[in-house]
Write a protein that binds this ligand. Sequence first.
Ligand code: PGA
Length: 252
Amino acid sequence: MRKPFIAGNWKLHKTIGEALDLAGALKQEVAGIDDIDIVIAPVYTSLAKVADVLVGSNISVAGQNCYPAASGAFTGEVSPTLLKDAGCRYCIVGHSERRQLFGETDAFINQKIKVLIEAGLRAIFCIGETLEERESDQMYEVLTTQVREGLKGISAEDMQHLVVAYEPVWAIGTGKTATDQEAEEAHAFIRGLLQGLYDEDLAEATRILYGGSVKPDNVDGLMAQQDIDGTLVGGASLKAADFARITRFKRG
Ligand code: PGA
């Protein structure tokens, strides 16, 4: 049985004060839920304070990105070591906004995964095709490359510290969710890729999250799918009640 994993990506939203209000409200809303991993990813400037407020709670904190080095002359970057120091247990890597807006490659994302697992963090590794790729029948090829290159050199043991997030780019922030079947098909395909790269046990144990316009009113259908083990939520994670409802998805 894979433990459900519900993560909120706050992206570039919330001042420190707003982040603390949201984290405090969420802490109350989800108190007592102990059979799901709940993670939120605030902006860097509020990470340490949010992590402080959540100490001893059932919510873990994630960075939204990192640079693949412990320290050095890398102006403007933040390392996995520093994220851990700020109270993070997780870090998102390879989000499509990083790939598209900042030109991040599979090889660079692969380096980040290695360095952050080495630093003792867990990776939320994002992959997903664009609308153009889906419509031109390149989706499976794109997912295969992202998985194969992103996980190059990652051992089976290290894979225990990683969850995959399938986020079709056309569904992110657009209000257009993949249908339950579209999402399930992609998830089953990704699980098959993991089986090919590792083995069946590892593929069965790895959690694969869906992301892209997940909301309180569509989470139940998505979470009822066999290969969907959780969600990575953007917009709907900015309201405590909505995100809390997503963590309370209906069990099939
Ligand atoms: P969204 O974002 O829920 O606002 O579509 C998801 C994500 O980018 O992780």
